[in-house]
Write a protein that binds this ligand. Structure first.
Ligand code: C5P
Length: 294
């Protein structure tokens, strides 16, 4: 059986780090949102005497073995449900790699969704558990839409915010290592318990509680990683977006991609064109919700 599954990028409208954990990860609070920029997976699965997983992709420098999250997701699903099958996955990449847009996590989540449409063996809770083992952002990418994510990012609470926004997402040539970005934050914040950090947390806690209660209020826009990612391209992209009418701009994840929120498609398209002319990779993308996943 063959099916096609979209893997949507995520942006972080809000991202704070609140502490170091004993497992080496960090506790975070984030509002993640799916956008229409997506990779496309074609997944074929046939029962077989022995399991074989093959991945082909149009992306240069992307591993196709167990170092690829798609491979790990397929392997985890088959092992969890004791299935022997031949799996072929073709991965058409559009989401920039290592950009803070959750591309790899979303590809893994799409693999789990596709395999479960084919084999129909996992409950949604079991899929979420598998997703959390593959990566911190994979559970959100499985659920999609807009959600408050806590723990190391894997605890997902869907928000009833109905944001229908148009974003321009752009990135330059430089890339950021996520573990290094966390290490830089550790240098700045220690164990994240100082007074200044406490004040910062109090400022946004009320806004987040309101969102959880379903109050129709804008999400707080903030990313702690902006303090440690010193890449000139980020400032330049933000400047171009702001000059061209962005309501707000923010770096996504640990960077270095940047998104700007626009009031209409025309100004978003013009800004995207300008960014491309300056040599950046840029996309127009809009909000994507759970309904789009079905
Ligand atoms: O979970 P994932 O594989 O996406 O994480 C990549 C790296 O980012 C981890 O190895 C860890 O260094 C860092 N990380 C963290 N705390 C988180 C999420 C990621 O320290 N909540």
């Amino acid at each position: 059986m063959t099916l096609i599954e979209k893997a949507y990028a995520k942006i972080n409208l809000f991202l704070d780090v609140t502490g170091c954990r004993e497992d080496g990860y960090h506790d975070i609070i984030s509002i993640m949102h799916s956008v229409s920029l997506c990779d496309i997976l074609t997944v074929t699965a046939e029962p077989a005497d022995n399991t074989a997983i093959t991945i082909v992709t149009d992306a240069k420098n992307l591993p196709t073995d167990e170092n690829n999250l798609v491979f790990r997701a397929a392997s985890a699903y088959l092992s969890r449900f004791d299935i022997k099958a031949e799996i072929n996955i073709s991965l058409e990449k559009h989401i920039p790699i290592g950009a803070g847009l959750g591309g790899g996590s979303s590809d893994a989540a799409a693999t789990l969704r596709a395999l479960n449409k084919i084999f129909k063996l996992a409950t949604y809770k079991q899929l979420l558990e598998l997703a959390a083992k593959i990566g911190s952002d994979v559970p959100f990418c499985l659920a999609g839409g807009i959600a408050l994510c806590t723990g190391r990012g894997e605890q997902v609470i869907e928000l009833s915010l109905n944001l229908k926004k148009i974003f321009v997402i752009a990135i330059g040539k430089e890339r950021v290592s996520t573990p290094k970005a966390y290490a830089e934050l550790d240098k700045l914040y220690g164990d994240y318990t100082n007074e200044e950090k406490g004040k910062e947390n109090a400022d946004y806690t009320k806004k987040i509680i309101d969102l959880l209660l379903g109050v129709d209020a804008p999400a707080p826009i903030y990313n702690i990683f902006e303090q440690v990612t010193n890449i000139d391209e980020i400032d330049k992209i933000k400047e171009i977006m702001t000059k061209n009418g962005a309501e707000y701009t923010l770096m996504s994840g640990s960077g270095p991609s940047v998104f700007g929120c626009f009031a209409n498609c025309e100004s978003a398209a013009l800004t995207c064109e300008k960014l491309c002319r300056y040599g950046y990779t840029a996309f127009v993308a809009n909000s994507v919700y759970i309904e789009d996943y079905i």
